[in-house]
Design a protein around this ligand. Structure first.
Ligand code: ATP
Ligand code: MG
Length: 450
């Protein structure tokens, strides 16, 4: 018999419910992950008890989703979601279940779940309840709808995104009927909220297999939620630096960068501007002049469309903008680059550069890695020496300039910028007297008293 090790607190909840004559099981993602030998992120419990019955059995509960039958049971500082068996009513616009109906049948509850691998329940008494052979699909590496795929995707189109997301997280493939239904019904994703699409896209991108985006493209999903990507897939790059189309290059670059959200988003968008600026010269070589700026604009538009937060938009658009920036290979050149890109983003920029190169023509990578390695070395030196990179590290500020007799106003900003450029060039100049002298030299006599 298949056995799962359930955390003690989860067992306490299940046993408490059982002692009251109710059924209770660990269910969904946690059973799937446990069978895969992965540490589940959280343990969800499904029960025959109504929310009121659950609340009566545990001293501390929170109504976290009471309208869907979910009560969070607090044990110590930990919370566990306990949800009453339910049948989801008809879905409105393929978006929300119009109403949920409670049931006393575990099977009914499992039937409402999206995929076979997510539709298993477990407790120590009954063992694994696996009506749809989710365990078999886990072994085969298959994402299969629980029940008829078309029906399930009609009820909730987000499940189409979830199918590709789980395939990316687990390295699984979509079972044929599930894949066909996904392709057929993906137009319904237009009715799904941007926030829900965003969440699934981020999970797909930050998974071990971001290249599964290709499968989503093949099935027609990106054409609906990210049509700009389809344009990239259709854009060849006849250029010695490249061996892939823009879209394929993007997919490879995603695999070459660590699974961090902003880095993966940056790789996704970094060349989105290429199709719009593509030119072909008389020798038939393709060029993509200033594509970074178009990519940056597209990234901003798409991130906003998908309702990403402002900080994500700021970081990703800036990284896209600078992804192709090549500093002069001197300490001053790299200091200027750190100043332009930002101290916070510079380490990420280096990772973006590396991933970008790794997804280009291997026979041209040597000199690129050499240059990048040199930038990295110079950057380490700058960090070690704590060189002044921004105005906040400059030995003078606006107040010093006013004290030295310069009038308050926009000129101060201009002077400080000039002084910073001097210091970026030569960090030894970052001394107050020297900088004030330079300010006077360049911006006219100071009228200070002495
Ligand atoms: P993870 O939390 O790791 O992303 P998960 O499988 O736990 O994966 P959740 O979104 O937390 O996914 O949902 C928990 C469970 O609820 C799923 O395993 C599945 O059984 C069910 N479920 C979630 N969303 C849907 C949906 N849109 N349609 C049908 N069932 C769903
Ligand atoms: Mg979950």
């Amino acid at each position: 018999m298949i056995q799962i090790r359930i955390p003690e607190k989860v067992n306490t909840i299940i046993r408490t419910l059982a002692a009251a004559g109710q059924e209770a099981y660990a269910v969904g993602g946690c059973v799937r992950d446990a069978l895969l030998g992965r540490e589940p992120a959280d343990w969800d419990i499904t029960t025959s008890a109504s929310p009121a019955e659950v609340k009566a059995l545990f001293p501390r509960t929170i109504d976290t989703g009471i309208q869907h039958g979910t009560v969070t049971v607090m044990l110590g500082h930990e919370g566990f979601e306990v949800t009453t068996y339910r049948v989801d009513g008809a879905y409105e616009d393929g978006r929300h279940p119009k109403e949920v109906q409670f049931t006393r049948s575990l099977l009914e509850d499992l039937k409402r779940r999206d995929f076979t691998i997510n539709a298993m329940a477990y407790n120590e008494e009954a063992g694994l309840v696996d009506e749809f052979d989710g365990a078999g699909d886990l072994e085969r590496g298959i994402i299969r709808c629980a029940g008829r795929a078309e029906e399930r995707f009609m009820e909730d189109a987000l499940r189409i995104m979830r199918a590709f997301r789980f395939s990316a997280q687990l390295g699984f493939t979509l079972e044929e009927q599930t894949r066909e239904a996904a392709g057929k019904l993906c137009g319904n994703l237009r009715k799904v909220s941007a926030e829900r699409i965003q969440a699934e896209l981020v999970k797909l991108l930050t998974s071990p297999h971001p290249e599964k985006l290709r499968d989503a493209w093949e099935a027609g999903i990106t054409r609906v939620v990210l049509p700009e990507f389809d344009v990239c897939m259709a854009c060849g790059q006849n250029n010695p630096h490249h061996i892939y189309s823009v879209g394929e290059h993007i997919l490879h670059s995603l695999q070459e960068v660590e699974a961090e959200k902003n880095l993966r988003l940056t790789m996704l968008f970094h060349d989105f501007g290429k199709p719009a600026v593509k030119t072909t010269d008389e020798k038939g070589i393709d060029h993509f002049k200033r594509h970074q700026e178009v990519s940056e604009e597209l990234a901003r538009t798409i991130l906003r469309r998908l309702k990403f937060d402002n900080e994500t938009v700021r970081q990703v658009t800036k990284l896209v903008w600078c992804h192709d920036y090549h500093p002069a290979l001197t300490p001053a050149g790299v200091r200027r680059a750190v100043n332009r890109i930002g101290e916070d983003l510079f380490p990420l920029y280096l990772k973006v550069q590396r991933a970008d190169i790794l997804a280009q023509n291997p026979s041209m990578q040597g000199p690129k890695f050499q240059a990048l390695g040199e930038v990295e070395r110079l950057y380490e030196e700058i960090v070690r020496e704590k060189d002044c990179i921004t105005l906040k590290d400059l030995a003078v500020d606006g107040r010093d300039l006013i004290k030295a007799g310069f009038p308050a106003g926009p000129l101060l900003g201009e002077i400080l910028k000039h002084l910073l450029e001097q210091v970026l060039e030569e960090p030894g100049k970052n001394r107050k007297e020297e900088l004030l002298l330079e300010a006077v030299r360049k911006y006219g006599k100071s009228n200070s008293a002495d």
